[in-house]
Design a protein around this ligand. Structure first.
Ligand SMILES: [Zn+2]
Length: 343
């Protein structure tokens, strides 16, 4: 099979398309013919060697796979059969630890992600645990499925499961052009919240409005916190969707109303942030971590895509030779929505 691999950690210049042996399934695995694979920040971290996970080289990245099942292992606990169209739930889990047993499989004690410690989806074929296969509802394309299986799943888990966003609340969504941001705007709108979104250019702000943002803030030209105060009559927002980290953290916390909740799923600008503990207790703030999402949540997301109630936002598609270009676009934040590789 063809795959985009790297033999050593480094920049996008380390990526090359090569012939690799076809993957062979273990008894509980499945082989998927990859029809689309989303590009994520995680791929850039894996390629540059910035993750704490040990992985063997050469490595194939890509964690957000949709495709057709080619083969299912003899002992696989799944009803999915060869030929079926599937999304691959990106979070790998043991199914035995206390967190798996409580349905929180994305925080499994032995958790992993497709394309992290094992090869992923920037390839014609991928080997994944068969229990991670989620059948695609009718009418959902491979590109659409690959666009929502990680970023939209993450945004869903953040807003619905972790933050418990309610109709009528005000929510601040950071970085509307990102995969999580563009999904969070739509989910918050679906719930019935008032959505305030931030982005860096007038074009991205216009796209954020098209997705359903009621108000937008250009964080390059305007002060985000001052704008939130103006738009909420100094009250602040009920929920902040954080995934930027160090660069925005203090302002995000300060943007919360009393009883406000901040939910965070990533730190693209750095992992350290200062916290005023007086604000935390005196305003009864809640700071909520969020990590991925479950297969059940992915089923819900895919059903909403099939119903047309969530629209995957796809910026561009690339072939295997274009993985380096796609990762450069992401590193430079040029995109609005998802970048998809079609092998
Ligand atoms: Zn587990």
């Amino acid at each position: 099979m063809k795959a985009t691999v790297f033999h050593e950690f480094g920049g996008v210049d380390k990526l090359r398309v090569e012939e690799r042996p076809d993957p062979v399934p273990g008894p509980t695995d499945a082989i998927v013919r990859v029809r689309a694979c989303g590009v994520n920040r995680l791929d850039l971290m894996v390629r540059s060697g910035a993750t704490r996970v040990k992985l063997s080289l050469p490595h194939v990245g890509g964690c957000e796979i949709a495709g057709e099942v080619v083969e299912v292992g003899s002992a696989a606990a799944t009803d999915v059969r060869p030929g079926q169209a599937v999304a691959v739930a990106p979070y790998l889990f043991c199914g035995r630890c206390e967190y798996c047993l409580s349905g929180s499989e994305s925080i499994c004690l032995r958790g992993d992600i497709v394309g992290l410690s094992q090869d992923g989806g920037f390839a014609e074929l991928a080997r994944v645990p068969a229990v991670n296969l989620v059948p695609l509802p009718e009418g959902v394309s491979f590109e659409a499925a690959a666009a929502v299986s990680l970023a939209t799943l993450t945004a869903w888990h953040m807003l619905v499961t972790q933050a418990g966003l309610r109709p009528g609340e005000d929510v601040l969504v950071l970085a509307a052009g990102s995969g999580v941001g563009s999904a969070a705007i739509q989910i918050a709108r679906l719930i019935g919240a008032r959505v305030i979104a931030t982005a860096s250019t007038p074009e991205k702000l216009a796209r954020a409005r098209e997705l359903g943002a009621h108000e937008v803030i250009n964080y390059q030209s305007d002060d985000m916190l001052a704008e939130v105060r103006r738009l909420t009559g100094k009250r602040g927002v009920d929920v902040v969707v954080e995934h930027v980290g160090a660069a925005t953290w203090e302002k995000s916390v300060a943007a919360l109303s009393r009883n406000g909740r901040l939910v965070i799923c990533g730190t693209t600008s750095g992992t350290e942030g200062r916290l005023d503990l007086w604000q935390l207790f005196a305003k009864q703030l809640r700071l909520i971590g969020s990590y991925g999402g479950s297969r059940a949540e992915l089923r819900t997301v895919l059903r909403l895509v099939a119903d047309g109630r969530l629209r995957p936002t796809i910026h561009a598609t690339y072939d295997l030779d274009g993985v380096a270009t796609a990762q450069t676009v992401m590193a430079d934040r040029q995109q609005f929505g998802k970048l998809i590789v079609v092998p």
